[in-house]
Design a protein around this ligand. Structure first.
Ligand SMILES: Cc1cc2nc3c(=O)[nH]c(=O)nc-3n(C[C@H](O)[C@H](O)[C@H](O)COP(=O)(O)O)c2cc1C
Length: 189
């Protein structure tokens, strides 16, 4: 089994990075493979809204804007589960996450019941700053994304500087639990 952790912070030692490390550890503790894709290390631009609003995403379910998107799209389809970790920027997911998730949604939501992410468990994590404002709206936008691509909502975790010690541990446990649930096959019901 393989789980892909997708993180969206430019900081390699910030809160998002700590969340991603904890998620990876949880999967590893379960004896399974976990990989991280750091979006800020990749070249993934915004959706170009090709044509009259739809490009090849609509019929071919592939993005025609060529950059690092295609390889990460393929990795998302190949894994058993996803863990999305983003800093909260303006009450939303960070720009790097928005760019990637928008394009992935176009390619997979248009497949409807044939979505390559259908039924795939997802843990969504919003890492907020001092105010903690916007954690819920950030998680809500990830929830809509999960619904659009017909993935499965496994967990939603908001973390900030106050809750950090508890939530870092919770992320590890949630990742472990997700692996266990996938192994049991009970996530599919
Ligand atoms: C452009 C920008 C917008 C932000 N907006 C919010 C916000 O709406 N709410 C919040 O709690 N923190 C906000 N923050 C703070 C980050 O969410 C916070 O610092 C987070 O921990 C960053 O993760 P990092 O440590 O991985 O960089 C913002 C930070 C930036 C750079």
């Amino acid at each position: 089994m393989k789980v892909l952790v997708i993180s969206a912070s430019p900081n390699i030692d910030g809160l998002t990075a700590a969340c991603a490390a904890s998620a990876l550890e949880g999967v590893h503790l379960s004896g399974e493979i976990a990989e991280e894709a750091r979006l800020n290390d990749l070249d993934i631009g915004n959706c170009q809204a090709c044509g009259n609003g739809w490009g090849t995403c609509y019929n071919d379910h592939l993005c025609q804007v060529e950059d690092d998107f295609q390889a990460l799209h393929a990795r998302c389809l190949a894994v058993d589960a996803l863990i999305l970790v983003t800093p909260v920027y303006w009450g939303e997911v960070a720009e790097a996450a928005k760019a990637f998730l928008d394009r992935l949604r176009r390619c997979e939501a248009t497949r409807r019941a044939e979505s390559g992410l259908k039924g795939k468990p997802v843990i969504a994590i919003a890492a907020a700053g001092g105010s903690g404002n916007g954690s819920i709206t950030c998680l809500a936008s990830m929830e809509r994304w999960i619904e659009h691509v017909q993935a499965r909502k496994f967990d939603f975790i908001a973390i900030n500087r106050w809750t950090r010690p508890v939530k870092i541990e919770l992320i590890r446990q949630s990742a472990q639990l997700m692996v266990q649930v996938i192994k049991e096959g009970t996530h599919a019901g």
